[in-house]
Design a protein around this ligand. Structure first.
Ligand SMILES: *[C@@H]1O[C@H](CO)[C@@H](O)[C@H](O)[C@H]1NC(C)=O
Ligand SMILES: *[C@@H]1O[C@H](CO)[C@@H](O)[C@H](O)[C@H]1NC(C)=O
Ligand SMILES: *[C@@H]1O[C@H](CO)[C@@H](O)[C@H](O)[C@H]1NC(C)=O
Ligand SMILES: *[C@@H]1O[C@H](CO)[C@@H](O)[C@H](O)[C@H]1NC(C)=O
Ligand SMILES: *[C@@H]1O[C@H](CO)[C@@H](O)[C@H](O)[C@H]1NC(C)=O
Ligand SMILES: *[C@@H]1O[C@H](CO)[C@@H](O)[C@H](O)[C@H]1NC(C)=O
Ligand SMILES: *[C@@H]1O[C@H](CO)[C@@H](O)[C@H](O)[C@H]1NC(C)=O
Ligand SMILES: *[C@@H]1O[C@H](CO)[C@@H](O)[C@H](O)[C@H]1NC(C)=O
Ligand SMILES: *[C@@H]1O[C@H](CO)[C@@H](O)[C@H](O)[C@H]1NC(C)=O
Ligand SMILES: *[C@@H]1O[C@H](CO)[C@@H](O)[C@H](O)[C@H]1NC(C)=O
Ligand SMILES: *[C@@H]1O[C@H](CO)[C@@H](O)[C@H](O)[C@H]1NC(C)=O
Ligand SMILES: *[C@@H]1O[C@H](CO)[C@@H](O)[C@H](O)[C@H]1NC(C)=O
Length: 543
């Protein structure tokens, strides 16, 4: 055997070893390295999806709350920043087409609970994708502003809220139990309102700010958020005879629920300048760090085991739940950008997590596929669309944070409110009875005494949702139950050549009907009165 052969073998062996150590070869100080990691992860993510007019990109479990549609919408809140941070517009046509396909449904002024399994979580997820597009100046039809579409959805949520029959408000989790209200539906609505407040001016800003404050206060009163120790509960229900609900059983501890409330509070701080919002954002940030980082690497929470004090740990029962960290990361980036004092806390954690994740993302023959547990430096054989989604968000987040500046600051990359300016024409934010005219200051304050009056709301009993399974005792670290969830249904990589192609959807496509709407007026958006007490006047940011 000659030297060339030996050297060839040696080179090959070295390549294998270095690849399996960290195939993504991530250098968090290198923009190009982060871009490469993000791009490779995007490729792998789309290997587990198909995009067409009829099929969602994610093979999710159709009768679960986090179904294919929800995941698709959540994905766009990650892919739009990916485009912005890398300049790679491969997926833009697809994103645009898919968002526009929801114009007559999720992003319309007349969204109804159509009895076909749609949910507030799904509805709000699409609205958040639209508001993300607005923030990043995502290219779309100039005639159809993303901000207006997101506002349409916010308007219908406000109507639903006003007509809630239990807990004095709140968005329900599913029709199975209409007093069962969760931190995702309500947190998404809270964050949506705060982001729309951030993007808008004048009366619209006042309306959205008031909505956000309403949801926050309600969430505290009904025990979703504890302002004393900054813990959260996932559900609240009317287990007493009082009008307020109390935290329900089967509690879950997800990163995303903290992220939604934390970042929404940060947006509200930026909008109002009220210190209390900063306290809230920081309270939830600190608690999140305590709960969701092990040795400075991010972990998901999970179902809290019934006797968690004894066995410790959490239980992850569905692979879709591995997408939550990616969403939580987008929230962390927002907080870092909106509250500069948090940058020195958040950025290093995202860096250590990215380094750790790059090691986990070393699966299959090409050593780039991401498993699920970022604390494990060895590929854990648990890849999925959802783990790729979170890793993609993680690498993108590191790109969006400037690591070169001495005093770490965040890069620009959210507000383009100028280009989607606060025109209220056609806006779902609706008219408000705040003082008319184009005022430079708006009134925000206690929501006490605010009357929310909706002209129409539609409550239709939905199909029964699958009741979450009772958690099973397990050990310290998150585990998956591969026997009962639907992951087995996920077709593997080779399934669709058209992964990145543009969806062909009939305009307004979708299996929605609005029988209640026939012959009747479209729902008016919500009017509201001025808060009666504790008002605070502030000047709008000139920029
Ligand atoms: C990245 O940059 C930081 C600060 O400049 C430095 O401390 C660190 O060693 C660098 N890391 C790598 C892997 O180059
Ligand atoms: C853009 O992303 C696609 C898919 O993720 C990838 O195939 C392509 O190489 C990327 N382009 C560049 C210039 O990185
Ligand atoms: C998932 O959400 C979509 C949203 O459109 C809804 O229509 C569908 O019925 C939901 N779930 C399924 C497929 O159960
Ligand atoms: C966007 O523009 C294209 C081309 O002008 C048009 O065909 C399409 O209907 C528009 N879509 C929306 C939602 O406005
Ligand atoms: C909030 O947290 C504090 C401190 O842990 C606790 O005493 C209080 O009971 C909690 N409130 C609710 C409603 O759970
Ligand atoms: C919860 O609210 C519903 C609707 O108002 C009511 O029928 C039910 O009795 C309440 N449950 C409790 C335990 O109060
Ligand atoms: C609901 O909670 C609020 C805030 O804690 C309290 O002021 C109000 O009295 C409660 N209402 C009922 C009916 O218990
Ligand atoms: C870094 O930024 C923070 C927040 O704006 C500021 O308080 C701090 O003084 C800055 N530090 C330096 C060294 O500039
Ligand atoms: C796609 O997900 C399935 C399981 O859901 C997994 O077996 C497969 O390896 C994944 N492929 C990639 C490229 O991540
Ligand atoms: C963001 O961009 C605006 C306008 O381009 C600029 O005035 C501002 O200084 C930038 N902020 C940061 C943190 O780069
Ligand atoms: C990213 O967003 C910022 C702010 O909206 C914008 O200035 C920049 O051009 C965007 N980047 C790309 C590649 O579009
Ligand atoms: C890596 O391998 C998986 C199959 O295991 C494949 O689906 C994926 O496309 C590959 N990724 C890249 C970047 O080649």
């Amino acid at each position: 055997m000659n030297f060339l052969t030996w050297s060839g073998i040696l080179t090959a062996l070295l390549a294998v070893f270095s690849a399996s150590a960290s195939a993504l070869q991530l250098d968090v100080n290198s923009t190009q390295s982060l871009k490469d990691a993000a791009t490779t992860t995007a490729v792998n993510l789309f290997c587990n999806s198909t995009i067409s007019g009829a099929v969602n990109p994610v093979y999710g479990d159709d009768d679960q709350a986090f179904n294919a549609s929800v995941l698709e919408a959540w994905l766009y809140s990650i892919l739009i920043p990916f485009w912005n941070a890398t300049g790679n517009d491969t997926y833009n046509d697809m994103i645009r087409t898919r968002l526009y396909s929801k114009i007559d449904t999720e992003l319309s002024t007349s969204w109804v609970d159509d009895g076909n399994g749609d949910s507030n979580i799904n509805h709000a997820a699409w609205a958040l994708a639209a508001v993300t597009a607005a923030e990043f100046g995502f290219p779309g039809n100039t005639s159809t502003q993303w901000e207006v579409l997101a506002g349409n959805a916010a308007g219908t949520m406000q109507s639903l809220w006003a007509f809630a029959q239990t807990c004095s408000g709140g968005l329900i989790f599913s029709q199975q139990n209409t007093s069962f209200k969760d931190a995702f539906s309500n947190g998404e609505y809270f964050q949506l309102s705060s982001r729309l407040a951030y993007l808008t001016h004048g009366n619209d800003q006042g309306t959205y700010s008031t909505s956000a404050a309403t949801v926050w206060d309600w969430s505290v009163t009904n025990q979703l958020v504890n302002e004393t120790d900054w813990t959260m509960n996932f559900v609240t229900m009317n287990s007493t005879n009082g009008q307020n609900c109390t935290a329900g059983p089967n509690q879950m501890l997800w990163t995303y629920q903290y992220g939604l409330y934390m970042s929404g509070a940060a947006y509200m701080y930026e909008v109002t300048g009220i210190k209390e919002w900063k306290t809230r954002a920081e309270g939830l940030l600190n608690k999140s760090i305590e709960l969701f980082f092990k040795k400075r690497v991010m972990v998901e929470g999970g179902w809290i085991l019934g006797n968690s004090a004894e066995v410790g740990g959490y239980y992850i029962d569905d692979n879709t739940e591995y997408s939550f960290r990616g969403l939580f990361i987008t929230c962390l980036v927002s907080v870092a950008r909106l509250i500069p004092e948090t940058v020195d806390t958040i950025v290093p954690l995202l860096e250590t997590t990215a380094k750790a994740a790059a090691k986990q993302c070393s699966g299959t023959a090409n050593s780039t596929v991401c498993g699920s547990d970022w604390t494990d430096p060895v590929y854990d054989l648990n890849p999925s669309f959802f783990t790729s989604m979170s890793a993609l968000s993680l690498f993108t987040a590191n790109l969006r944070l400037d690591r070169t500046a001495g005093n770490k600051t965040t890069t620009n990359g959210t507000s383009t409110s100028g280009s989607t300016s606060g025109s209220s024409s056609g806006s779902g934010s609706g008219s408000s009875s705040l003082s008319g005219g184009d005022i430079a200051g708006i009134v925000v304050g206690s929501v006490a005494g605010v009357a929310l009056i909706a002209a129409a709301a539609f409550f239709i009993w939905r199909k029964m949702k699958k009741q979450p399974a009772q958690p099973v005792a397990e050990e310290q670290k998150p585990v998956t139950d591969n026997t009962t969830d639907s992951k087995g249904k996920f077709p593997s990589a080779e399934l669709d050549q058209q992964a990145a192609s543009v969806a062909e959807l009939a305009p307004g496509g979708g299996a929605y009907n609005y029988p209640e709407m026939d012959g009747g007026p479209l729902p008016e958006n919500v009017a509201q009165e001025l808060p009666a007490t504790r008002t605070i006047r502030y000047e709008l940011d000139a920029s």
